[in-house]
Design a protein around this ligand. Structure first.
Ligand SMILES: *[C@@H]1O[C@H](CO)[C@@H](O)[C@H](O)[C@H]1NC(C)=O
Ligand SMILES: *[C@@H]1O[C@H](CO)[C@@H](O)[C@H](O)[C@H]1NC(C)=O
Ligand SMILES: *[C@@H]1O[C@H](CO)[C@@H](O)[C@H](O)[C@H]1NC(C)=O
Ligand SMILES: *[C@@H]1O[C@H](CO)[C@@H](O)[C@H](O)[C@H]1NC(C)=O
Ligand SMILES: *[C@@H]1O[C@H](CO)[C@@H](O)[C@H](O)[C@H]1NC(C)=O
Ligand SMILES: *[C@@H]1O[C@H](CO)[C@@H](O)[C@H](O)[C@H]1NC(C)=O
Length: 411
């Protein structure tokens, strides 16, 4: 797909600064061989990260996640990607693929495969990658983590496990069990756990996830905290509605310019729409249960639905920009006012709709990498990525087609 050409002053500034960065990059190349300078990456996409062979089990791929390595000079700006990978013949021991890009997301190749080392079930759903910026226990800053749902062939159990790589994702070792749950189906009354999301806070590592084990809630959102990656603290609620049938799902969290944290989630039970994207803001990311939830509604009235992902970038003004993706629009939703309601605008992207697309702010903070693994009903999914420039979009609100909404969404 072609990238729209624009020539507003922001674009010109961005081009000038990328020219500048290029010549600086050339200088440092003279000094030594450097990792690729992703700050020079322009907008592009969608490009294919992985196109599964036809014998893959439908839906083939889903749930793409990425990581920008930035803790060690020699690997800075290398991108990693992972996704749910449905092997041929319902292979009973699925692994988590780790792909790599050395050119800012334009081209990708396999780096490693993470196999289940402890349960004998495979690593099946909802992988999430994270790079430590400080040490925890025996794991130094720069360690790459994978939180993932290990699930047996018959889907009878769910186990969110933590793996660590001390060589930037080439080799992996099991670290700890985080949360164990029951049958891996998103039905009320069953007791699975889903969708881990990792974030450092206050010298701890937080694992947020969706939890169906509490008999008072069809599903709620919770977190647990560790300081050594091995021992995990007690379960703390983040979103737990009193109506049993309500199902908040899919936590992602990021810190804003004013110090507060924003959490986005999908909310089955919302008055706006089933699985409407909701958010909460709190100074303390361990205390979202005491913040009111509100629907994310853009100024043109659009209600994004399903499987959100939130990031923040310093680009776009004194308060930076919050960007949120959802499962029903190709557009992303931007807020330049620390999440104030009534300040959400819709920005076009060239990345197609996917179930739980992920966002990643690149070293050029005007740029966001969007990665998608296809849709839940997809029979021919592949994993794709696009880089968008949030500094000059959108020209104006433009209504897009809502592809699908409703109860087919997992968890
Ligand atoms: C699936 O297809 C690929 C590519 O055609 C092939 O290499 C692989 O052996 C096949 N796997 C199975 C289990 O049939
Ligand atoms: C794979 O397993 C799922 C869940 O058990 C089942 O619904 C599906 O029919 C299986 N597909 C194939 C191709 O065996
Ligand atoms: C940070 O952690 C320390 C040590 O566990 C604790 O005493 C303190 O209350 C925490 N602060 C916040 C803001 O969570
Ligand atoms: C809970 O929500 C459902 C809609 O999902 C509604 O039909 C029901 O009346 C609510 N129950 C209570 C006790 O409010
Ligand atoms: C940051 O801004 C948001 C949105 O206006 C607000 O809810 C929050 O309280 C602010 N946080 C601080 C620490 O001022
Ligand atoms: C499946 O998707 C690939 C691109 O990922 C495309 O080349 C191919 O034509 C599609 N096949 C079908 C049957 O739609």
């Amino acid at each position: 797909m072609e990238t729209p050409q624009r020539s507003d002053p922001d674009t010109i500034t961005a081009r000038l600064s990328s020219l500048l960065t290029l010549s600086l990059g050339a200088l440092s190349l003279l000094r030594s061989v450097q990792a690729f300078d992703a700050s020079t990456v322009d907008v592009f996409g969608p490009v294919t990260i992985f196109d599964p062979p036809e014998n893959y089990t439908v839906p083939r791929t889903l749930y793409a996640r990425t990581l920008l390595l930035n803790q060690d000079c020699e690997t800075n700006n290398v991108l990693l990607a992972t996704w749910e990978n449905y092997l041929p013949n319902n292979d009973s021991h699925p692994y988590t693929p780790i792909y790599q890009s050395y050119d800012g997301g334009k081209s990708w190749s396999e780096r490693s495969r993470v196999y289940d080392q402890v349960n004998g079930w495979g690593l099946r759903y909802q992988p999430f990658l994270y790079e430590l910026s400080q040490s925890f226990g025996h794991y130094s800053a720069g360690t790459v983590l994978l939180a993932v749902n290990s699930i047996p062939d018959d889907l009878s159990e769910t186990q969110i496990d933590l793996y660590a790589s001390k060589d930037k994702g080439h080799t992996w070792k099991f670290v700890s069990h985080i949360a164990h749950g029951g049958e891996a189906l998103p039905d009320n009354g069953l007791t699975p756990v889903w969708e881990p999301f990792l974030m450092e806070y206050n010298n701890s590592l937080v694992c947020y996830y969706s939890d169906q084990r509490d008999p008072a809630h069809g599903q709620k959102l919770v977190h647990q905290v560790t300081t050594d990656l091995v021992h995990w603290g007690s379960i703390v609620n983040d979103v737990a509605y009193s109506n049993y049938t309500f199902r908040p799902g899919m936590t992602t969290v990021v810190q804003l310019a004013n110090g507060s944290y924003i959490m986005t989630y999908e909310f089955y039970g919302a008055v706006e729409a089933d699985f409407a994207v909701y958010y909460r803001i709190n100074d303390n990311p361990l205390d979202f249960n005491n913040s009111p939830g509100q629907a994310l509604i853009s100024i043109d009235g659009t209600v994004p639905v399903s499987s959100p992902y939130v990031v923040w970038t310093p680009s776009g003004g004194p308060l930076g920009t919050i960007a949120v993706s959802c499962g029903t629009y190709s557009e992303i939703f931007l807020n330049h006012a620390s999440g104030a309601p009534g300040a959400w605008i819709k920005a076009e992207t060239q990345e197609p709709i996917s179930y739980t697309r992920s966002l990643r702010v690149l070293p050029n903070e005007n740029r966001i990498l969007i990665a998608g693994g296809g849709v839940l009903s997809g029979t021919n999914n592949s994993v794709t990525a696009s880089v968008v420039d949030i500094s000059y979009s959108p020209a104006g609100p433009k209504l897009a087609q809502c592809s699908k909404k409703g109860k087919q969404y997992q968890a």
